[in-house]
Design a protein around this ligand. Sequence first.
Ligand code: NAP
Ligand code: F7E
Length: 326
Amino acid sequence: MKRALITGITGQDGAYLSQLLLGKGYEVFGVIRRSSHRGVEDHRLRWLGIADRVTLLDGDLADLSSLVRIVKEVQPDEVYNLAAQSFVASSWRQPILTANITAIGVTHMLEALRAEKPDARFYQASSSEMYGLIQEEMQSETTPFYPRSPYAVAKLYGHWITVNYRESFGMHASSGILFNHESPLRGVEFVTRKVTDGVARIKLGLATELRLGNVDAKRDWGHARDYVKAMWLMLQQETPDDYVVATGRTTTVRDMCRIAFEHAGLDIERHLVIDPAFYRPAEVDVLLGNPAKAHRALGWQPETSLEQMIVEMVEADLARLRETTR
Ligand code: NAP
Ligand code: F7E
């Protein structure tokens, strides 16, 4: 039985990846941060019905000693480094924390592996945010990076330290440059989930408006359930490498909203309010990924359209709100 260790197991991707790996017969271990609110951290794993099937170990990406201890204990075959301060807007308010976790945390994880399990295969959760002020209309593995937020700068460090450990120490370390991916398990601060939760609230009479920032921004959105398959596929390759994972379609925030409002039978013009409070100090105006290499080398294809995903999210938020307001 293969053993996988996932940092960020309590997040959106960690939950879907756990589900995928359990289905493939893996023994799944995850790093969990100590919290004063015991019992809520694993809500996503519970939503998927798999909380009892994974082993959670106390640790933190900021604490190298905890990672060394965990790697020594678990002796993983595969390590998926998904933990991060992942909200771009927060990265301007907490730039040093973002650097410590999202950048230096990657080196902590790689050092723990180098010391205790150097032959483990390693996946780094890199991001399309690294392209920032885009240098090519469609971004691929060879497109130059131009980060536009403290988050993106930190991710760029994490990407290059992964490449460097591969080249310096021969580690099986791969970097997945994933474009935005969403699901009913997306944090409610991210725009798709904010929209589907907001639309569900308006539909149920719990709110009257939805306040958003720059609705002209364009993103290449896919489904997290599809994207975690690409992570796994990367670690099954004989040779480690870097891959863009995207759909190849870009949509404005406004058009994504429209899908949600229309599905709920609501008029977007009556409820959407533009609020400059949600504008960012520097924006990433447009992202559009070229997943040709992932298609060719991994045999990976996304299976869920943006429309299907937004409908799934609106329905999940309606069900959740009906349950909590009963
Ligand atoms: P998420 O839902 O925000 O999850 C982040 C995870 O990191 C949570 O489990 C969180 O734990 C954990 N974490 C944060 N700080 C930590 C620390 N100091 N020590 C240990 N764990 C810590 O993010 P996601 O959407 O699943 O994304 C997964 C990864 O992919 C992240 O690295 C993200 O930056 C990257 N990424 C995401 C996307 C996307 O569109 N979703 C695209 C490209 C790359 P708590 O539950 O305790 O907060
Ligand atoms: O914003 C605009 C906002 O916060 C998307 C993370 O997973 O994907 C994510 O980063 C766009 C931006 O995601 C609101 O200005 C408008 O242009 O959903 P988001 P993100 O910043 O693209 C990348 C790939 C990651 O790696 C990150 O970890 O939507 N927008 N109005 C808004 N965004 C938010 N959050 N809230 C608004 O009210």
